[in-house]
Unconditional design. Structure first.
Length: 375
């Protein structure tokens, strides 16, 4: 046991209590504050034995004695600060080494690799005899300092440079989303997505805790297509499963949407600018009279190229995939049945999408897309 005696003044005790109450201190400061308060023998003390402190704080008796010793020999403030290390580290990575590492990271990866990894970069530095040894974590630190991440790949979803056509179509879509609800002119979003049909080759099992064990092995049973139309302001959606996604399939789905809104004078339809999503598809499917009558019921609004994320039907498709189709289904009949059940459930709940992105937001967050001009 130590022979060092801790005597705290009222001001010192108050400061230690503040450290314990407020969460802006290191774990060492917390620990030392608790030890000093419980080993205090002063006027305001409520002394606790070292054994009790050791048990509660889960620290050794020698640690408690060292804290008391530092308090007596170095003072109150020193006991709450980490002692500076006297150890000197030799810097192995200088500016020249960093430059060579960055040069490799910005170059093409070696044959057989899609991109540079941290370990691959470390091995390359040693292979080229730029350094005797370097860990992948050291490589990470250097690249992080330079804001380089060669192992990451970004998907190109919006134009990286100024694009007047993109922002014009984007703002047009966002203006449509601001419209108030109108039964005579509903705003409907439409999108489509393929679904691969996958069959089990081995019977899956359930464990005692209820989880399901699925074998990695499977068999491909073809592909079907899922059309999605949802009305954001009412929480209403229409889903159709087809064998293909031809112009005729799209035209037939538009007819289904039209029949789903018998009282609407004009249906505003937001969709991607695909080659099948054209009025000509109606004339390739129906008679000229029927095609023109169907076309007149719609106002087509296209999302910009690389801007499919502006289509709320894409969000609804992601919900469908996550809640219903995120499993192995081997035939289109089952997909149709399951999707119909999901659609009824969502429609009965009137589940809506909380869309918050506005034109004002786009002019701030996507400012780089807007052409610059001199007023």
């Amino acid at each position: 046991m130590g022979v060092y005696k801790v005597e705290l003044s009222k001001e010192e005790r108050d400061k230690l209590f503040q450290i314990i109450k407020k969460g802006k201190h290191t774990s060492m400061a917390y620990r030392n504050a608790y030890v000093l308060l419980n080993t205090d023998t002063g006027e305001y003390s409520n002394k606790v034995s070292n054994a009790q402190i050791s048990k509660v704080l889960k620290i050794g008796m020698r640690t408690i004695d060292r804290i008391k010793k530092r308090f007596v020999e170095e003072g109150f403030e020193a006991c709450l600060e980490r002692r500076p290390s006297s150890r000197k580290y030799e810097r192995k990575i200088d500016g020249d080494i960093e430059a060579k590492l960055i040069s490799i990271a910005c170059s093409e990866p070696p044959e057989g690799f899609a991109r540079w990894s941290l370990r691959l970069l470390a091995d390359k530095m040693i292979e080229l005899q730029y350094i005797d040894y370097i860990s992948h974590e050291t490589v990470r630190g250097i690249l992080k300092k330079r804001i380089l991440k060669p192992w990451k790949v970004k998907s190109w979803v919006i134009p990286p440079e100024q694009n007047a056509d993109f922002v014009a179509n984007m703002e047009n879509v966002l203006d449509v989303y601001k419209r108030a609800y109108s039964e005579s002119n509903p705003v409907v979003c439409m999108d489509e997505s393929p679904k691969q049909l996958i069959g089990e080759t081995r019977i899956s099992k359930r464990t005692e805790d209820g989880s399901k064990i699925i074998d990695y092995e499977y068999s491909r049973k073809g592909v079907c297509n899922i059309f999605m139309a949802n009305e954001p302001l009412t929480g209403k959606r229409l889903v159709k499963v087809t064998n293909r996604k031809t112009k005729q399939d799209w035209a037939e789905f538009l007819k289904d949407i039209s029949e789903n809104y018998p009282n609407a004078q004009k249906i505003t339809l937001i969709m991607d600018n695909l080659n099948t999503h054209k009025p000509g598809s109606l004339y390739e499917t129906f008679s000229p009279q029927e095609a023109k009558k169907l076309w007149d019921r719609f106002e087509f609004v296209y999302t910009p190229k690389h801007g499919s994320w502006l289509n709320m039907a894409e969000i609804e498709l992601n919900v469908l995939n996550g809640q219903c189709l995120n499993r192995r289904i081997d035939n289109i009949d089952t997909v149709i049945k399951e999707v119909a059940a999901w659609q009824n459930h969502r429609n009965n709940k009137k589940a809506k999408i909380n869309w918050q992105f506005t034109t004002k937001d786009s002019r701030i967050k996507l400012k780089r897309l807007y052409p610059s001009f001199n007023a």
